[in-house]
Write a protein that binds this ligand. Structure first.
Ligand SMILES: C[S@@+](CC[C@H](N)C(=O)[O-])C[C@H]1O[C@@H](n2cnc3c(N)ncnc32)[C@H](O)[C@@H]1O
Length: 238
């Protein structure tokens, strides 16, 4: 997916869009593979995220019949494992082989290893093949905070007729980083527009902002962030 341009120059030196610092490195010099592997490898306690499924994923897929699913930017596999437990056959993709290795271990522990295929892609360069009943992506922001319209359009194109596209993303910077960046986080409406969905072929079910509680990693304080959800259904073939 060579058309996507990473705009690494927009974020503050040594710091990503979540305000995490990469000690001793100029993160702009790292590939996404190196950068994300570094973040996962440095995680205390052997895990970086909670390991649980995202609430939005669990809620917005609860009424779907299990089929095939594609999880883009799967991280340590919480969403993929949740779906596999419900009977989905999941293709889960990430740029970090450290995250994928950890996710595969978690899937084996959960007894669902045979229902998940892990694939490493830098989605700015390559994209998995196939059509899926669910294509889901949660917080697949590139390091400068942007959501790649090119990747999101590829995600929509990978939804099979009758299938569902679910995009969860941050709606803005965390409060502890507000002052340092000029990143534009798209509104839900801009995200929908960027998908360039074929008229008549899709029904947009959700395009909304919502609050989410999170802990400030620097102070331990609970803060409220704004996230956004876009959910669309591709109409079945008649
Ligand atoms: C904020 S984490 C979210 C992980 C998981 N979806 C979750 O909600 O817990 C973003 C994930 O996207 C992955 N990622 C970032 N850039 C990527 C790229 N260019 N190609 C593939 N994955 C990427 C990272 O490795 C990371 O696992």
């Amino acid at each position: 997916m060579t058309q996507h341009q990473h705009q690494h120059g927009q974020h503050q030196h040594g710091q990503d869009h979540d305000g995490n610092q990469e000690a001793g490195h100029d993160v702009e010099q790292l590939t996404d593979h190196e950068y994300w592997n570094g973040r996962y490898a440095s995680a205390e306690g052997g895990h970086f995220w909670s390991g649980s499924a995202n609430e939005v994923l669990a809620r917005e897929t609860a009424d779907l019949s299990p089929g095939t699913a594609l999880d883009l930017g799967c991280g340590e596999g919480g969403d993929a494992i949740h779906l596999a437990r419900l009977g989905w056959r999941v293709t889960a993709v990430d740029v970090s082989d450290v995250a994928l290795g950890r996710a595969a271990d978690h899937a084996a522990e959960a007894g669902v290893a045979d229902r998940i295929e892990w694939q490493r892609h830098d989605l700015a360069e390559t994209f998995p093949t196939g059509a899926f009943d669910l294509v889901s992506t949660h917080f697949l922001h590139f390091r400068d905070g942007t959501l790649s319209p090119h990747v999101l359009r590829a995600a929509a194109a990978a939804v099979a007729p009758g299938g569902t596209l679910l995009i969860e993303a941050h709606g803005g910077l965390p409060p502890w980083q507000d002052e340092i960046s000029d990143v534009h986080f798209p509104t839900p409406e801009e995200t929908v527009d960027s998908l360039e969905l074929a008229p008549g072929e899709w029904e947009v079910l959700l395009a909304e902002r919502h609050p989410r509680r999170q802990t400030n990693p620097h102070t331990g304080e609970a803060v409220t962030r704004t996230d956004q959800t876009v959910k669309a259904r591709r109409r079945p073939l008649v």
